[in-house]
Write a protein that binds this ligand. Sequence first.
Ligand SMILES: [Fe+2]
Length: 305
Amino acid sequence: MAINLFPVTPDFVAEVGDVDLSKPLSPEDADSIQAAFLKYSVLVFPAQQLNPDQHVAFAERFGPLEVNINTYQDEVKAERIDSRISDVSNLDHENTLLPAQSRKRMSGMANRLWHTDSIFRHVPARASLLYARIVAPIGGLTEFTDMRAAWDALPESMRRQIDGHIVEHSIFHSRAKVGATVFTERERASLPPAQQVLVRTIPETGRRALYLASHAIRIMGLPEADSTRLIEDLMAHATQRQFVYSHRWRADDLVIWDNRCTMHRGTRYEEHRWKRDMHRATVSDVGNSIKAVATEPGRHPQEHE
Ligand SMILES: [Fe+2]
């Protein structure tokens, strides 16, 4: 039986049924999923039973796996989950709830801010595949916003103003916003700031999208006040309700999103009461986004020192 595509919104989110991702996909189903992922930017695969190898194997259909950053090794022993997969949970290595002062918990608070994964790395993430093992009965949703629709809705004058700008990002910028500032020198050195374009083109579709996150420190070449104002205005624009889908998780949902043209955030839940255990496989983009723009015909990033 071919996959069953059920649009949740006209062109942003769809559920995919009649597919078992633990088994090899037929070429037809694999093609249908890739095509759906370009039309929609968020796909929900309910009721999946995946081991880490199967989770990773499906992820690798979208690109090479991103190398994990092993932070908080003092709290999270590698054996809690497979080292190829990011631990997005409120659990320690004994599967008990993290204490209030946990560095992992504090840093995870930054996931409540709108962001796109790994924009703070030189080569950012193309896609993330988040697999829900244990969900909170209330709260703990993930919200997604459509950065293509946000771009499309900007006035032409604003599009002209911002196209070609370069933004500097750092994971420590968003962490500082939630009060998580205690990082080792090794952790800081492993994630220096990275620059990305502010507006990008999805090569397979030609659609344009804002590319922004709470990791954004500054827009290069602008006075600090203008840069801060513009980032905040664009974040507010892009996260208006009409662009947002809120996902209520069911255990065994696998959700994949395109980091090139979406932002997401987790919502609050009673994290000292409920376990929430989510596993994320992350797939790298093909390169830095500035390089990608430089090779588009007729487009050049604005020159900055
Ligand atoms: Fe994220």
